[in-house]
Write a protein of this length. Structure first.
Ligand code: CA
Length: 157
């Protein structure tokens, strides 16, 4: 199961001054960016998780001078966890990590980072990939018609 949420999804909350752009190499054609700041500007994706559990979360970068250590906060089952993601000329999907998620979560990036490498923070898309095993089930159920008890043989493959 893979879910992607874009910068222009309805649930995205944008605080502070971010510019919306439509470069060819933005994921799904659009993204938000801002200059490095003091952390008071942020973009937050709030996401319903239909199947709670372990997910890998990634964010998407263009090949540009975004912060070397951009700050991303993930709301997990246990607490909020902040991780640092290298966006400095580091295009494509970059991992935030693997997190145990409840039925509702959020991912938030702020305009603050420490490194001298990079001038901007970029908010384009986030991707959730389920780490939980999925099984296809096959088999048969026989009802004997008398006591409504069923004998079942189910094979997980
Ligand atoms: Ca996008």
């Amino acid at each position: 199961m893979v879910f992607i949420y874009e910068d222009n999804n309805d649930s995205v909350q944008v605080v502070g001054t971010w510019k919306s752009v439509n470069y060819d190499d933005c994921h799904a054609g659009s993204a938000l960016y801002t200059r490095k700041g003091d952390g008071s500007a942020w973009v937050k994706w709030t996401v319903d998780i239909e199947y709670p559990g372990m997910y890998q979360i990634e964010t998407y970068f263009r090949n540009y001078k975004y912060g070397k250590d951009t700050h991303w906060t993930v709301n997990t089952v246990d607490s909020d966890t902040t991780v640092y993601v290298d966006g400095y000329y580091n295009p494509g999907w970059q991992p935030l990590g693997e997190f145990n998620l409840s039925t509702k979560t959020y991912v938030c990036v702020t305009d603050y980072f420490e490194s001298d490498s990079g001038d901007y923070v970029y908010a384009d898309a986030i991707r959730f990939t389920s780490m939980m095993p999925l099984y296809s089930i096959s088999g048969s159920v026989e009802l004997d018609g008398e006591n409504q008890m069923a004998d079942a043989l189910i094979t997980l493959t």
